[in-house]
Write a protein that binds this ligand. Structure first.
Ligand SMILES: [Zn+2]
Length: 155
């Protein structure tokens, strides 16, 4: 009985890990997808270049959206000492200094200066995933699993 229980617990823990991976959605350029709307009509795709986060806007179908009056703020997620990050608009993307490995970033996106902000959080986790050998923040396991399931008519 004891053995059975520990096997069961182990299975539950593995499931929890699999669920955590499911949070990562990747964009057409291999970046991390953030939800910038309440109805999936606007997304951000985060890539890292020269130690900056480059955040590109994508529509419902993950096609590029022109950056015009949209606004983005970013705060490092260190609760003890939250720090507002400088956000620039450059070459049609938002450019934000990258945080330290393992830190959370809280983004607030507005479709315009007057629009209600939508909050998206991301952990910049650079731990290498055992499944796909990518850093956890852009782990490909969920995407690969999605492809494998595409055949059974599941979403
Ligand atoms: Zn992975």
């Amino acid at each position: 009985m004891k053995k059975y229980l520990s096997t069961l617990l182990c299975g539950l823990l593995l499931n929890a890990a699999a669920l955590a991976h499911g949070d990562v959605e990747l964009g057409p350029n291999g970046g991390r997808i953030l939800e910038f709307s309440k109805n999936e009509s606007m997304h951000g795709e985060v890539l890292v270049k020269d130690n900056n986060f480059h955040v590109a806007l994508l529509d419902k179908e993950l096609r590029p959206v022109t950056l015009t009056e949209q606004e983005l703020t970013a705060t490092s997620g260190d609760r003890a000492k939250p720090e507002k990050l400088a956000v620039e608009k450059k070459d049609g993307k938002f450019v934000v200094p990258a945080v330290k490995a393992g830190e959370w970033v809280v983004f607030q996106f507005r479709a315009s200066a007057k629009a209600k902000p939508v909050t998206a959080r991301m952990q910049y986790d650079l731990t290498v995933c055992g499944g796909c050998k990518e850093p956890e923040w852009i782990c490909k396991c969920a995407a690969n699993k999605g492809k494998a399931q595409a055949g059974n008519g599941k979403k």
